[in-house]
Design a protein around this ligand. Structure first.
Ligand code: SF4
Ligand code: SF4
Length: 306
């Protein structure tokens, strides 16, 4: 059993990651590279330092700790990432949280302690814990232990996954998972490879399997609608065709608006950003997409957007 896993964040009070009020545990590490990803800091499982210049008050403490990596240049505090060992000493002394650590190893007990804090709210709202990322199922043994402990405590459990994982990872968590959010981005494997960094064969195979073995209606298939990438009629029809062919584990499809506000996350992580437009889709655009998908699905599957 993995006794620890790299966690980038634990977010309490979420209303968008499953039913009721939820605590979301974000795991570090993902083998996909979606060009529109809005959590790029979770790409690798290794601990890393994030730097948000907008929060820097130029106190100079990081320069005292590590002068090779931090320098004032003109009016700006610059963080030089090359050569940084991610020891986190600078983040420890930064008074404004401009420097922070991403991907801290946490033990099962530490994560459980955070999850348990909101049990009262889970009971009131029907909520629980959601494991997300990154790709939480790259840490499936840790996930199984965490979900099993939550199940014993009667805390509702949900997994958000892109399903680019070994089949065994799904089998490990299945007995302890009440609901799934499973991403499906593109039907065309060549386009999928170009925009996501891997083709979609394993993902669709896993989704097909999950739809057979998961409880009826327990899977929400999530499609992020990316302008010019997968929002045309032909692609949406193809995606709907795949979903229509799945077993009855799938109960809902959710279309997600494009998020144009991810640029600052790339800046903080020191990564290059690629925009697919400067705005989220309007309601009428989302409703049009819902209509296209709806036409091809059986009645048992509902279609929503947000
Ligand atoms: S994490 Fe460590 S090595 Fe990296 S900049 Fe901070 S103090 Fe220097
Ligand atoms: S310690 Fe933090 S606030 Fe102070 S100069 Fe460095 S990054 Fe800026």
């Amino acid at each position: 059993m993995s006794v620890s896993a790299p966690i980038t964040n634990i977010s309490r009070g979420s209303l968008h990651d499953g039913r009721g009020i939820r605590t979301v545990v974000y795991f570090a590490g993902c083998q996909l590279r979606c060009a529109w990803c809005h959590n790029p800091e979770t790409y690798t499982a290794a601990r890393k330092i994030l730097y948000a210049p907008i929060k820097c008050i130029k106190c100079g403490r990081c320069i005292e700790i590590c002068p090779a990596q931090h320098k004032i240049v003109g009016d700006d505090m610059i963080f030089y990432r090359d050569g940084c060992t991610s020891c986190a000493r600078c983040a420890d002394v930064c008074p404004s949280e401009a420097l922070s650590v991403c991907g801290t190893q946490m033990s099962l007990d530490e994560v459980l302690a955070e999850v348990e804090k909101d049990r009262r709210y889970y009971n009131i709202s029907g909520g629980g814990v959601t494991l997300s990322g990154g790709e939480c199922l790259l840490h499936s043994e840790f996930c199984r232990s965490l979900l099993s402990a939550c199940t014993e405590m009667k805390i509702h459990t949900t997994i958000e996954t892109a399903l680019f994982v070994p089949r065994e990872a799904i089998d490990r968590v299945l007995p302890y998972t009440n609901a799934f959010f499973a991403d499906l981005k593109l039907a065309d494997p060549i386009k999928h490879l170009a925009f996501v960094g891997q083709d979609n064969v394993k993902i669709i195979d896993n989704l097909r399997y999950l739809a057979e073995v998961a409880p009826k209606g327990s899977i929400v298939v999530r499609i992020p609608l990316i302008p010019t990438v997968n929002d045309d009629r032909a692609e949406l029809e193809s995606l709907a065709g795949i979903i229509a062919s799945l077993a009855d584990g799938v109960g809902e499809v959710e279309l997600l608006r494009y998020n144009p506000l991810a640029e600052s996350k790339y800046q903080i992580a020191g990564m290059k950003y690629h925009a697919f437009g400067d705005r989220a889709q309007r309601d009428d655009e989302m409703k049009r997409a819902v209509g296209i998908v709806r036409e091809r699905l059986p009645e048992r599957i509902s279609v929503k957007f947000r």
